[in-house]
Design a protein around this ligand. Sequence first.
Ligand SMILES: [Zn+2]
Length: 244
Amino acid sequence: MFHFAKPPRAVHTTWLHCSASDNPKHDDVSVIDAWHKARGWSGVGYHFFIKKDGTVQTGRPIEKIGAHVAGHNTGSIGICLHGLKEDRFTEAQFDSLRTLCGQINAAYGLQMRFRGHCEVAAKACPVFDYRKVLGLDDKGYIIEPVATREPVPLTAIPDTVNHDTANYPELDVGDRGEAVARLQELLNRAGAFMGIDLKVDGIFGGQTAEAVKELKQEYDLYPSPVVVAHVWRTLIAAEAARAA
Ligand SMILES: [Zn+2]
């Protein structure tokens, strides 16, 4: 399976398209590349193409701005599924789309918006019910992000401050599980005075990342979202101090 790597340019939205063809001869990114070159473009305008068998092909290099949605190419990624008729897209394509979009979403702290071309153009593109396939809310965010890592158990975390760093799991955006829920509880208690009030859902998304950064800044730690042993110790000590 393809593994998404974040490009250096800023991206906030991923646009979904279809190739508007069910012809098996068109089921390859090289065909789209030829079509787009015939329009006088430098090459395929989409970053990804998903064949009927679910294969994910790369199109335009991800670090380059695409050409797929007028007025919205900057700050976006373009994905095209081969197909035209709604009932002829395949489950293999949808599985690959969910996996690819899950990777993209995790890479952007679960804050990526997924939108259909039809939302900004008088077209049916991408034809299939992408909101249902990806489980999107009305703004285009994935409602229940598929975590890409193994859940981190709570048993790995001590309740009191100690210096056995082996007991503190490293957490980052995209993690999930009981350890993330414990982190969210700690952030809520240690950061209540700053207005931090997270939903304790065990999913390390964008809001949890913001809370970690704010608290680390407050304690003069480098404000990245990564939680390592000394961050756990700081949070546990801060919680104890606030409770006292
Ligand atoms: Zn389109």
